[in-house]
Design a protein around this ligand. Structure first.
Ligand SMILES: Nc1ncnc2c1ncn2[C@@H]1O[C@H](COP(=O)(O)OP(=O)(O)O)[C@@H](O)[C@H]1O
Ligand SMILES: [Mg+2]
Length: 227
């Protein structure tokens, strides 16, 4: 296992947001994490990113990406991607990661000049260039427009097929989870309350009836029902 967490507890004051949560992720596995707003998804991701102390057995090479790109405005795109990389070929590696994200030629741009989708691709390049064994994504496409989001789904699927990191994608978009993941988890009551494997081969399509059925049943798990 690339990640193994047992009995994880996180509390704010009296309230246990994560309550003896267990989670394992295999190398190269794509896991999506669903849950209502406030269910503790970001709290879990922060713990797994090593941003909080106390979680054992995290892989050394991990990268995290958030809903906002979190770029340094006073550094160029290339400098942002190469930031903190301790290798001799940092700039070349950053250049290659940007090219893979379709951003060749944008290396010298300033973050302020980027569209929302471009900025998220820079953030993804910054994660990718670290060659993570575990890639943690916290609603990375939530603030993008629908068309850009669809493009990002394709990009992430390609990236995962090429590099095969283990991925934990937090999302509240049930379709996004079903489209991309091998396994979908629902966080509720501080634990993984539900888990389902997605067997459909890639590339997955909107027209796949088994995926639509899975989407409906996951929505029901999250308390959304319609006829
Ligand atoms: N630093 C903090 N201090 C106090 N409460 C927090 C803190 N971070 C998160 N919480 C609370 O923990 C709960 C889970 O938050 P979060 O993990 O951000 O949920 P999600 O990402 O699923 O929307 C929320 O009720 C939130 O208000
Ligand atoms: Mg959150």
């Amino acid at each position: 296992m690339i990640l193994e967490v047992r009995g994880l507890v996180r509390a704010f004051g009296e309230r246990r947001v994560l309550d003896r949560l267990d989670l394992t992720i295999a190398p190269g596995e794509f896991v999506a994490l669903l849950g209502r707003s406030g269910s503790g998804k970001s709290t879990l991701l922060r713990a797994l990113a090593g941003l909080d102390p106390g979680v054992a057995r995290l892989p050394a090479r991990r990268a995290v990406m958030f809903q906002e790109p979190r770029l340094m405005p006073w550094k160029t795109v290339l400098e942002n991607v190469a930031l903190g990389l301790r290798r001799d070929d940092a700039r070349e590696a950053a250049r290659a990661a940007l090219a893979e994200m379709g951003l060749a030629g944008r290396e010298d741009a300033w973050p302020a000049a980027l569209s929302g989708g471009e900025a998220q691709r820079v953030a993804l390049a910054r994660a990718l260039v670290r060659q993570p064994e575990l890639l943690l994504l916290d609603e990375p496409f939530a603030s993008l427009d629908a068309l850009t989001r669809i493009r990002m789904h394709g990009l992430v699927a390609d990236l995962w097929h090429r590099h095969r990191p283990a991925v934990l994608l937090v999302t509240h978009d049930v379709w996004e989870a079903v489209l991309l993941a091998d396994r979908v988890l629902v966080l509720d009551g501080g634990r993984i309350a539900h888990e389902v494997r997605v067997e459909a081969p890639h590339p997955r399509r909107r027209s796949d009836a088994s995926l639509a059925a899975l989407e409906t049943s996951l929505l029901a798990r999250m308390g959304v029902e319609w006829n």
